[in-house]
Design a protein around this ligand. Structure first.
Ligand code: GFB
Length: 311
């Protein structure tokens, strides 16, 4: 990519979008374009068309999405399906119609079947039923992948798709109802420690296993793929290691310094039993993550203390 190329980051206010803008500007890309939701609602096709007609970005990174943890996904399938399909259709179509030379679509590891082989190779896509708690989000993301591949096949577009594993980092959502597990436990452990509580409640059985990647590593992988990868075949992005939710809770308590007990709320769903990506493809291309997990949690906790913790 040329440092002066016009790069549109769709979703720049989110966890991923903010990391992308940090990375791109840090790497010297001088023409990064963003729009707040008040200026451009990505769900409005006419507004998105007008934006692309006027700006004609050369590169588009699609990091806009309605996202949430297991409860938000399970409670609002209509919104996860409708909004994600609307915004991705508008942006992908607008990018193609206005001559974008490259687009990177960000999916999610939940696109793979619930009982996919572990670690999950890219070839597992559409080989079995999805996890019900996030089926709506997964279907929307699969539709986005397929739209990019259709643009590549029918029109020769260089539209690529990356599948990140569970992400965490600064600017995450720390709301206890709608967030993902890592920010939720970080906040719960902080508040339990502050109150001198004896226990911390963790959802589910603690048995499911998840893989976590710091969002700054994902941003680095995105820039790498934009520069080095030109195939419509999807690419997994992860760290290659997973951990049980029980181990995660213990690690977070240790980083934060909460010494109480863990209690299990088994009325909450476990979701997919295991979600570990096979990252051999991106390793073979020449990219690896670099932020150690414990350090990434500590850095996220520092950010939380400065920006999101209740006084
Ligand atoms: O991160 P999470 O919400 O989503 O939950 P998924 C992961 C696991 O952590 C589940 C458990 O087994 C939860 O039951 N967990 C334990 C908790 N305590 C908590 C807590 O306090 N809050 C939360 N949220 N979970 C999401 C999908 O699946 O992952 C999305 O729903 C997306 O579509 C995202 O793919 C990456 O990993 O199960």
């Amino acid at each position: 990519m040329q440092k002066s190329e016009k790069i549109f980051v769709a979703g720049h206010r989110g966890l991923v979008g903010r990391a992308l803008v940090r990375r791109l500007t840090g790497d010297g890309f001088s023409n990064v374009v963003t729009r707040d939701r008040a200026q451009l609602d990505l769900a409005e096709q006419a507004a998105v068309d007008a934006f692309f007609t006027q700006e004609k970005p050369e590169v588009v990174i699609f990091a806009a999405a309605r996202v949430g943890g297991i409860k938000a996904n399970n409670d609002s399938p209509v919104e996860f399906l409708l909004e994600n399909i609307q915004i991705q259709n508008n942006v992908i179509r607008g990018a193609h119609q206005n001559g974008a030379r490259k687009l990177l679509f960000l999916g999610s590891s939940c696109i793979y079947p619930k009982h996919a082989p572990q670690p999950i190779p890219e070839s597992a896509l559409l080989t079995g039923p999805l996890e019900p708690t996030n089926e709506a989000y997964a279907i929307a993301k699969i539709a986005g992948i397929k739209l990019c591949q259709a643009y590549a096949r029918e029109y020769g577009a260089n539209f690529i798709s990356a599948m990140p594993t569970n992400l965490y980092g600064p600017n995450d959502n720390f709301d206890l109802v709608s967030s993902h597990v890592l920010p939720a436990l970080l906040r719960k452990a902080h508040e339990a420690k502050k109150k001198g509580a004896r226990e911390l409640v963790v959802w589910g059985s603690g048995q499911p296993r998840r893989e976590f990647l710091h969002v700054d590593d994902l941003a680095a992988a995105c820039v790498f793929l934009l520069e080095k990868y030109d195939s419509p075949e999807i690419v997994n992005v992860g760290c290659g290691e997973d951990i049980s939710i029980r181990e995660l809770a213990e690690l977070i308590c240790d980083v934060i310094g909460f010494a109480g007990e863990l209690a299990w709320d088994t009325t909450k769903p476990d979701g997919t039993p295991r979600k570990l990506l096979d990252v051999s493809k991106i390793h073979a291309l020449g990219w690896r993550h670099s932020i150690p997990f414990r350090e990434g949690i500590a850095r996220t906790y520092e950010w939380f203390l400065k920006n999101a913790a209740q006084p």
